[in-house]
Write a protein that binds this ligand. Structure first.
Ligand SMILES: [Zn+2]
Length: 309
């Protein structure tokens, strides 16, 4: 099996994956560590043909190790995909399509396509949160953002989604794990619905005093603590939302600083990218690449919950 921890630089990655054959072999090993499984019928009665393709004895399909992965039907060398995954996961603030095109010698259009395809892998990074969990919403896009107007100074007017997209986030204080998603509105039912889906019962929830969170006060599922931002009261004992505010800062810096503009259509993918980066900030490069690699070939070894928005 490949030791992914040795990939501590792009050079070490390219040195290892020095041929298309080596890339394919690694995909086979990681994907079918317990034996070949037919991607069409799930049968384990498969064998390798002399030309390198695989045959299922049950449904008689022939397939390659790339079927069902993000690399299926690609015309690009696999090592360029691996380099792209490595670069996107190791750049702390993300990487633009222009930069990626330059780094791996493809056109900007191809780099844009690769980045978007790779971003779909981040959506798998969802797990239940528990313990002390901060919840908050923010708004991205529109002229208001340029004016650096936040909901903290604008009050409820800042929650308008006419020109901006709403994003809801939850962070588990102990582990720093985050879940975040686009929201259609900031109504109480929307916010508490997401909290119920992502935060385990018995947790302590910390929010600001926005009316959308008021129903949590009577919740039997959670203990609810608030901080009043309007009165400049940002920290009252452990009643604060500083952790999630820190994540909003990172998300906005990534979107404004690297990507400059993000359409509402693709916003969720950028949120997922920022969440992945935040959740793996304590991991080393090799481990982050391994996580991306496993997802790219459809191996997900941790608990996932359904996306809601
Ligand atoms: Zn089959």
């Amino acid at each position: 099996m490949t030791d992914f921890s040795k990939f501590n630089s792009l050079i070490s990655l390219v040195r290892h994956f020095n041929s298309e054959d080596k890339c394919r072999k690694t995909i086979r090993q990681q994907r079918w560590s317990d034996g070949i499984v037919c991607p069409y019928c799930g049968s384990v009665h498969c064998y390798e043909r002399s030309d390198g393709r695989f045959i299922c004895k049950d449904c008689e399909s022939s397939f390659s190790e790339l079927v069902g992965t993000i690399f299926e039907n690609t015309k690009l060398p696999l090592v360029k995909w691996f380099m792209a995954m490595y670069l996107i996961s190791s750049h702390k603030k993300g990487i633009s399509s222009l930069q990626l095109a330059h780094d791996i010698h493809v056109t900007q259009k191809t780099a844009w396509f690769m980045l978007h395809k790779i971003r779909t892998l981040y959506a798998k990074d969802k797990s239940m949160l528990h313990g002390d969990v901060e919840c908050d919403e923010t708004y991205i896009g529109g002229k208001e953002t340029n004016k650096h107007e936040s909901k903290k100074t604008a009050g409820n007017q800042g929650r308008s989604t006419k020109t901006k997209s709403g994003v809801f986030g939850m962070v588990e204080r102990n582990s720093g794990n985050i879940a975040a998603m686009r929201i259609p509105d900031s109504k109480a039912n929307t916010l508490t619905g997401i909290i119920n889906l992502y935060v385990k019962a018995g947790s302590r929830i910390f929010t600001d005093e926005y009316i959308g969170y008021h129903s949590l006060k009577d919740s039997e599922r959670y203990e609810h603590f608030t901080v009043n931002h309007k009165d400049k009261e940002f920290v009252r004992d452990d009643s604060h939302t500083n952790t999630i505010e820190g994540f909003w800062g990172q998300l906005k810096r990534m979107i404004m600083g690297v990507y400059h503009f993000v359409s509402a259509k693709y916003l969720q993918r950028y949120i997922d990218e920022a969440v992945f980066r935040y959740n793996t900030c304590r991991n080393d490069e090799g481990d982050r690449f391994k996580r991306m690699f496993d997802r790219s070939i459809g191996v997900v070894s941790y608990k996932c919950v359904r996306m809601v928005a």
